[in-house]
Every structure is written in structure tokens, then in C-alpha cells.
Design a binder for this molecule. Structure first.
Ligand code: ATP
Ligand code: MG
Length: 411
């Protein structure tokens, strides 16, 4: 097999697909900047431990999805599989704790060794936010509101449901874990091999299994909400009340857990039924223990990340650029003048198509192909009188205008 092709699960992005991805990221950036979030770019690779020690040693990512390699200096490095661990690593190593709260967003490629399928790639793009240093449910409400506003700005709110759950604090988690283990042990023989081992190491993960046999068992598992202690219950109620206040619709999904170890209290996902099995387009939650676990102070955190490719696939229709103006010189002797006119129009803000060669007919064909809205046509006779012709390529109408008024005429 030729090695001169892309690696399985990776894609070359260009044309329409790239434009859609750009639109998703630009829309997200605009929304979150209104909420005071600032962009951060962390390295695409980190020491392996940044992920292996913090995402959970039974998580899918750590057990089977990471791209790890040893560099020439013998360090074990990993291509980032997700954004939060790197951002929190930076938060700590850059000493950002001094100035809380810290609000950061990022966009860029993530890498996971997964079975490629629609909406599941080995290199994919995430846009994510992290809000550090706010313990109150206001943070949860605001961060979910921001996710919702982003989805709405893409015109996708009709396709997407907000699902939410609470994992409670450490005490509630321990209480639930006990009940869950007791239940799962009764159904031990029905579980997948993976889940049998999860049961020992991290039983909560069984709830997140994608195997049909596990799903059947999980369907009747004890509900998380019955294990929440009073303060965790109160916290969750406040989050829901805030969402009600803002008019954000949600569905409490008691089965919702997240694949990584660091979550507590609020977890949420935005899901669609339009992408088959890969229906989660955005996911997040509160991770109050993570900063401390990574060696920083006791700093609360909450965030989310979305799959930019999955959201792009939901966008209907094209992302159209403004239609260009075609600059069409007639005769070699005016080709320099054409360069100059094109340059002027571009500097005035127009998109300009300027074909590099060809006679009038060829250039007109190219202009139509580029979906130009108007053509600016001129030969030396016209230019000698400082005139050019503007042709409307939709109606065919044309008029001759003074070169000095060209920009005003085109506006
Ligand atoms: P899934 O359950 O689909 O594997 P996940 O829980 O592993 O998702 P997260 O780690 O929460 O996903 O990542 C946040 C979002 O990033 C997902 O909701 C999804 O939209 C997107 N995403 C995750 N993995 C991939 C992938 N391999 N290819 C494309 N998008 C992905
Ligand atoms: Mg996954």
C-alpha cells in the first residue's frame, strides 16, 4: 500500500468542509468572548503523565486511545486526546491562580486511537471552555447558557437537546458507588468483559458503556439522584432553577455520567438524533478536584468541549463567502492596469477575482464560474477616457462609469 495517503481516521480539510469548521469556531469564539473568555493555546503534546494520571486510569482514553511516543530524548510524550488537562496544567504552571476567576477557551486538534466511523476520527477538532475558581452554581448556569447560545447562533437549537445530571460531591459519589456495585454484582454474568473489570476498578464507568449487554443491565440500575446528599441535591436544584430562569430547556438524564474521572456535581451533554451513534456534539461538567489533583491549589473548575466536525456536519447549506467582483481587462496592454484596479478594489474591501490570462470570452466564463456578482470590463480606449464598464452578471445590464467613481458605483 502506498504511504502517500492520509492515515486512517484523519482528513484533509478544504473547501466547504473547512469553511463550515471555520464558521463553527468563529461563532463559538464570538459567543464566549461576550462572556469574558480569552483564548489560550497550549502545546499539542504534553508529558504522558499529564493525561495518564488525571483522566482516570480506567478511562477509555487512557486505556486504549492515546497516541504516546518516546521522543529522541527518551521522554514519554502524548498527543493531546482532550483539552482540559493541558489547560489546567498551564493554569498551574503559569501561576494563574493569583487572579481568579480565570476564563479560557481553546480550539484545535485532538488525537485518539479510535475505530474510525462517521463522526469519529483519530484526529478531530474540539472547541472548549474552562472556567476556574468559581464554586457557586452560577458558574454551571452561565457555562451551560453559553453552550446553548452558541448552538442557537449556529441555528441548531432545533436539532439539539440539553441533557443534564448531577454526580454530587465525593460523599454522594461514594454512596452511589456502593449501591451500584451491589446491583452490578447481582448481574455480573450479564456484563461485558470490559465491564466486569470496570466493576472492580471503576464501577461508575459501566454506566457509560456502549455495549448492548451492559446497556440492558444499566437500564435498571439504581438512580444517581437517590444517592445525592442534601447539599449536592440543593446545588443541583439551583443549577436547574437558573436554567429555568434563563428559559433554557433541558432534560434531566439520571443515566448521564462522563467518561473521565475528574467530574463531580453537574455533568451535561448536548445531543442530537441526527448523527446516528455519534450523537453527542458538546459535553462538559464540573471538575472541582482536578486542579488539586494536578498539584495546584483547591480551585473549582467547570467546562465543556464540542466536536467541531460533528457540529459542522449538522450545518445545512453552504457557508457562502460574499460574491466577488471580476476584473476583466480586454487586451494585453491593459493587464497592468487590471492589477492596479484589482488591488484598489480589494483594499476597499471587495472580494475580487482577477484571472491571470485569457481573452474576453474565457475571462467572462471564469467570472461566472466564480459566481461573480459584477464584472468590471475595460480596454485601452475606455481607460484613456478614464472610463470602465460595469456589467451586472445576473441581469446582464451594463453601464459605463468613471474610473474615479468605480468604488462608489460598486457599493
Ligand atoms: P463519545 O462518547 O462519542 O466517545 P466522548 O465522551 O469520548 O464522546 P468527550 O471526550 O466528551 O467525548 O469530547 C467532547 C466532544 O468531542 C464529543 O461530544 C464529540 O462531539 C467530540 N469527539 C470526541 N471524540 C471524537 C472523535 N473521535 N471524533 C470526532 N469527534 C469526537
Ligand atoms: Mg470517546
Amino acid at each position: 500500500m502506498s504511504k502517500m495517503q492520509n492515515v486512517r481516521g484523519t482528513y484533509d480539510l478544504y473547501g466547504e468542509a473547512k469553511r463550515k469548521m471555520k464558521k463553527v469556531i468563529a461563532t463559538a469564539s464570538n459567543v464566549v468572548e461576550k462572556y469574558g473568555f480569552e483564548e489560550i493555546e497550549t502545546p499539542i503534546f504534553e508529558f504522558t503523565e499529564v493525561f495518564s494520571r488525571n483522566l482516570g486510569d480506567t478511562s477509555d482514553i487512557v486505556t486504549k486511545e492515546m497516541y504516546c511516543f518516546e521522543d529522541r530524548g527518551g521522554e514519554s510524550l502524548t498527543l493531546r486526546p482532550e483539552g482540559t488537562a493541558g489547560v489546567v496544567r498551564s493554569f498551574i504552571s503559569e501561576g494563574m491562580q493569583q487572579n481568579l476567576p480565570v476564563k479560557l477557551y481553546y480550539a484545535g486538534p485532538m488525537f485518539r486511537y479510535e475505530r474510525p466511523q462517521k463522526g469519529r476520527q483519530r484526529q478531530f477538532t474540539q472547541f472548549g471552555v474552562e472556567l476556574l475558581g468559581v464554586e457557586s452554581p452560577q458558574a454551571d448556569i452561565e457555562v451551560i447558557a453559553m453552550a446553548y447560545e452558541f448552538i442557537e447562533s449556529l441555528g441548531l437549537e432545533g436539532n439539539v437537546t440539553v441533557e443534564i445530571n448531577s454526580l454530587g460531591d465525593a460523599e454522594s459519589r461514594a454512596a452511589y458507588r456502593e449501591k451500584l456495585v451491589a446491583y452490578l454484582q447481582q448481574h455480573y454474568d450479564e456484563l461485558s468483559e470490559d465491564s466486569k473489570s470496570r466493576l472492580e476498578r471503576n464501577p461508575l464507568r459501566v454506566l457509560d458503556s456502549k455495549e448492548e449487554c451492559d446497556k440492558a443491565v444499566v437500564a435498571n440500575a439504581p438512580l444517581y439522584q437517590d444517592s445525592l446528599n442534601d447539599s449536592s441535591r440543593e446545588f443541583f436544584q439551583q443549577v436547574l432553577k437558573g436554567l429555568d430562569l434563563l428559559g433554557i430547556k433541558y432534560r434531566v438524564n439520571n443515566r448521564l455520567v462522563r467518561g473521565l474521572d475528574y467530574y463531580s456535581h453537574t455533568v451535561f451533554e448536548l445531543v442530537t438524533d441526527k448523527l446516528g451513534a455519534q450523537g453527542t456534539v458538546l459535553a462538559g461538567g464540573r471538575y472541582d478536584g482536578l486542579v488539586e489533583q494536578m498539584g495546584g491549589g483547591k480551585v473549582a473548575g467547570i467546562g465543556w468541549a464540542c466536536g467541531v466536525e460533528r457540529l459542522s456536519m449538522l450545518l445545512e447549506g453552504g457557508v457562502d463567502l460574499p460574491r466577488p467582483i471580476a476584473v476583466i481587462p480586454v487586451g494585453e496592454d491593459v493587464s497592468e492596469k487590471a492589477l492596479e484596479i484589482a488591488y484598489r478594489l480589494r483594499r476597499a474591501g471587495f472580494r475580487v477575482e482577477h484571472s491571470y490570462s485569457g481573452n474576453l470570452k474565457k475571462r467572462m466564463t471564469k467570472a461566472n464560474k466564480a459566481n461573480a456578482v459584477k464584472a468590471v470590463i475595460f480596454g485601452s480606449d475606455e481607460l484613456n477616457q478614464d472610463m470602465v464598464t460595469i456589467k451586472d452578471l445576473d441581469s446582464g445590464e451594463q453601464k459605463t462609469v468613471s474610473l474615479h467613481n468605480l468604488i462608489e458605483e460598486l457599493r
